[in-house]
Design a protein around this ligand. Structure first.
Ligand code: NAD
Ligand code: UD2
Length: 310
């Protein structure tokens, strides 16, 4: 009797498709629910009989219930990951970024599925903790509908834990990068944009002086953590930051990219993005205490993998 599948919402996307690959490599069966609004079929090994793609919207409660039927656990990654899109269309993105989570919780309650991995974001901290390592007790200050939907989702998952026995594993990702991160939007992850433009010899725009810092986390390292959270016997209560507690400035990032290409296309400095956070770095003591972490993939190695130079 084959093992019950694991449902990965958003599984055709950047992070989701790498998690799907890892689950398949472990011999697991996987069901993906994705509306392909950003995700791509090409990100999935659809010729693998252990993988099933259900194309549809997590805002559709009946479809979520159908996709969940017979599954043993859920990795809930589906969301409109663009902060700007939530500012432009708070009602539309709310359907994906909050109602989707509520539909997953409700379907799990009705079907007795307990383990759910949830992708929250450093965005829930807003500007709080700016300049120091941000820990999970840092006061929350969601500045955008994207951040508010992530924080609300966390609270609903905790309600379903207390009231209905769900086992949520909640992660606040800082800045994840790697192959398949889509650079197509001006609001895509900065590493996906900078590397694509360097590869194509196109000018690079830095919003600000380039001294702003981020805590970059390579996708392969993240997947090792997500697999533990999804499959381990116990679940860690409360949210866990995902970062290396390492601040890398955009100027340092550009220097690394320049080293790989033997130079850079023209770099211009534009006005800073409104609401941009200057320094973001994760206090990751809880992550270290609760999960077996790989040695961090150095930024240069991650860039080489991303660029197919490794
Ligand atoms: P992504 O856009 O590549 O993946 C999101 C996936 O969800 C896509 O495949 C998209 O098609 C799908 N999706 C969107 N709306 C949907 C809907 N209504 N119904 C079904 N599918 C839908 O982005 P990602 O970077 O892989 O993000 C995955 C998760 O991690 C998201 O929840 C995002 O908010 C979160 N996150 C990512 C980062 C990061 O640095 N990449 C940081 C913090 C949080
Ligand atoms: C946002 C979210 C984070 C995550 C991430 C996804 C917040 C607080 N954080 O992080 O949770 O969802 O998006 O990638 O909402 N930049 C440039 N030039 C460019 C592109 C970006 O200078 O062409 C700058 C940008 O102004 C910012 C930094 O690079 O200072 C990082 O931007 P990002 O969009 O990669 O991610 P970030 O940190 O805003």
């Amino acid at each position: 009797m084959s093992e019950a599948p694991i449902l990965v919402t958003g599984g055709a996307g950047f992070i989701g498709s790498h998690l799907v690959d890892a689950l398949l490599a472990q011999g697991r069966s996987v069901r993906v629910l994705d509306n392909l609004s950003m995700g791509k079929r090409a990100n999935l090994a659809l010729d693998n009989p252990s993988l099933q793609l259900v194309e549809g919207d997590v805002a559709d409660a009946a479809l979520v219930a159908e996709a969940l039927a017979g599954c043993q656990a859920v990795a809930h990654l589906a969301a409109v990951a663009s902060v700007q899109a939530s500012v432009d269309d708070p009602v539309g993105t709310h359907q994906s970024n909050f109602i989707g989570t509520l539909n997953v919780c409700e379907a799990m309650r009705q079907q007795g599925v307990r383990r759910v991995l949830f992708a929250s974001s450093a965005a829930v901290y807003g500007n709080n903790g700016e300049g120091q390592a941000i820990d999970e007790n840092t006061p929350k200050a969601p500045l955008t509908p994207y951040a508010a939907d992530k924080l609300a989702s966390e609270h609903y998952l905790d309600f379903y834990r207390r009231q209905h026995g769900l086992e949520p594993a909640i992660f606040r990702f800082f800045n994840v990068f790697g192959p398949r991160q889509d650079p197509s939007s001006p609001y895509s992850g900065v590493i996906s944009i900078f590397t694509q433009r360097a590869q194509q010899g196109l000018p690079i725009s830095v919003f600000g002086d380039g001294q702003q810092t981020r805590d970059f986390f390579y996708i392969a390292d993240l997947v090792e953590v997500l697999l533990q959270a999804l499959l381990a016997p116990g679940v860690v209560e409360g949210a866990v930051n995902v970062g290396w507690n390492q601040a890398v400035s955009l100027n340092q990032l550009l220097a690394e990219i320049g080293n790989l290409f033997g130079g850079l296309p023209p770099v211009s400095h534009q006005t800073p993005r409104p609401g941009d956070i200057r320094h973001s770095r994760a206090d990751n003591q809880r992550l270290q205490a609760c999960y077996r972490l790989p040695a961090p993939t150095p930024l240069r190695d991650g860039l080489r993998q991303l660029l197919g130079l490794a």
